[in-house]
Design a protein around this ligand. Structure first.
Ligand SMILES: Cc1cc2nc3c(=O)[nH]c(=O)nc-3n(C[C@H](O)[C@H](O)[C@H](O)COP(=O)(O)OP(=O)(O)OC[C@H]3O[C@@H](n4cnc5c(N)ncnc54)[C@H](O)[C@@H]3O)c2cc1C
Length: 383
């Protein structure tokens, strides 16, 4: 059984790792266009996003773990006793190093078929099945807004004194939509500072955002001795769409990760979805092209359908709330119990959770909120 995984990012690397453990008979190869697996990423997630079993097999990928995290808003300062984790691309490469002979880097794929691929070099490779994990691609069938950010990881001259992540510090001046700063303390003198926006525009002025992150460090009293690395991202936030047409628009090849629209609609984060898909793929008895396409499509469609509540919240955030008041919706959310917050991030909100989040004094104008109820299925604005 020969399987080609196109794209050596998060989703396909986890599938490969899981297949090696569960299906050693599968001869998989990763074809990655870049010069290494995983790129320049830190993938964070909430411990509660994964089952105990998934936490167990993901453990080797985890580079940092914290027992809780905090959020800060103009009217709320709160610590939540919910575990938080980060997996780094560097750690992923170390875990995947045992499979070095099954990973081809510098291998850009120019065409995919259910039973093979063509590389940009013209080389043809045949297989029993192919999984397309080439990351996010805009689609006319998915309506998305964006979370954009720029971050720097810094070494501080003296210990910074922050023990746990602050996943949203929205006490910073609001600009360009909902703005918050996200900080992950990796060591006593090492911290990632990310300036993040839920905004209507896509521009990321890295120079300006770098100055803002350094300014934030100063405001926190941190003396930055060295900037170790930086990262920038623009993640899709789902507002609506037609998931069946999204899948119809393709050559019948199985997909993974963002290519399969597998991300949390409100955060754009995809690690928990990638873990679940890896488990599902590794449990299949038939890994032939037709079944793999059917299964990955069915999984993606079901996840999309189950996530309608989160897309409604996203529409309220982006289409009903005034950009500089968006933070108030999120601030209100963080008053709820840690269990409700945990289920929200895991994509497992109960009916009761949904009712609690949607009822009460709405922090958005009611008429605009009503206009958000119906889910759009076509692209209103180009991304
Ligand atoms: C800077 C940044 C930070 C993020 N932080 C988090 C986070 O903390 N937590 C979280 O859950 N999510 C996070 N995300 C969102 C999301 O989880 C990641 O984008 C994740 O890497 C998506 O996984 P993927 O496998 O779908 O795609 P990717 O990991 O992007 O992998 C796609 C791979 O395909 C390769 N590729 C593309 N085209 C070709 C081709 N033609 N031929 C061969 N290879 C190709 C690319 O080089 C890439 O390596 C972050 C995203 C970014 C950009």
């Amino acid at each position: 059984m020969r399987l080609i995984l196109v794209g050596g990012g998060l989703a396909n690397s986890l599938i490969a790792h899981r297949l090696s453990a569960m299906r050693p008979d599968v001869d998989w190869t990763i074809l990655e266009a870049g010069d290494e697996l995983g790129g320049n990423h830190t993938w964070s997630f909430h411990a509660g996003d994964l089952t105990p079993d998934q936490q167990g097999w993901m453990d080797p990928f985890v580079s940092a773990r914290w027992p809780g995290y905090a959020v800060a808003f103009p009217g709320l300062d709160r610590s939540l006793p919910l575990g938080y984790r980060s997996a780094s691309a560097e750690r992923m490469r170390a875990v995947m190093a045992v499979h070095a002979d099954r990973v081809r880097t510098g291998a850009a794929v120019s065409a995919l078929r259910p039973d093979g691929v063509t590389l940009a070099s013209g080389e043809e490779i045949r297989a029993d099945a192919v999984i397309d994990g080439r990351g996010y691609r805009p689609s006319p069938h998915l309506q998305v807004a964006f979370q954009k950010f720029y971050g720097i990881e810094v070494r501080t001259a003296v210990p910074h004194g922050q023990a746990d992540p602050i996943i949203m510090d929205a006490t910073v001046p609001q600009r360009d939509g909902f703005r918050f700063v996200y900080t992950l303390p990796f060591a006593a003198d090492r911290v990632l500072i990310e300036d993040t926006y839920y905004s209507d525009g896509l521009d990321v002025d890295q120079g300006a955002l770098r100055a803002l992150t350094l300014d934030y460090a100063r405001r926190r009293g941190w003396d930055v001795a060295e900037v170790l690395r930086d990262e920038a991202g623009v993640l899709p936030i789902a507002l609506g769409g037609d998931i069946e047409r999204f899948w119809d628009d393709g050559p019948g090849v199985a997909r993974s990760g963002l290519r399969a629209a597998l991300f949390h609609p409100t955060t754009g984060y995809s690690l928990p979805d990638a873990v679940r898909l890896a488990d599902r793929v590794a449990a299949l008895s038939d890994l032939g092209a037709a079944n793999l396409h059917r299964e990955t499509r069915a999984h993606s469609v079901q996840c999309w359908k189950d996530a309608g509540f989160y897309r409604l919240l996203d529409r309220l955030l982006f289409k009903a709330a005034e950009p500089d008041r968006r933070y108030s919706l999120i601030e209100r959310f963080y008053h709820f119990s840690p269990d409700l917050v945990s289920r929200f991030y895991a994509g497992r909100s109960t009916l009761y959770d949904k009712a609690r989040v949607l009822t009460g004094k709405p922090p958005v104008p009611i008429f605009r909120a009503l206009r958000c109820l119906r889910e759009p299925t076509t692209l209103a604005t180009a991304p």
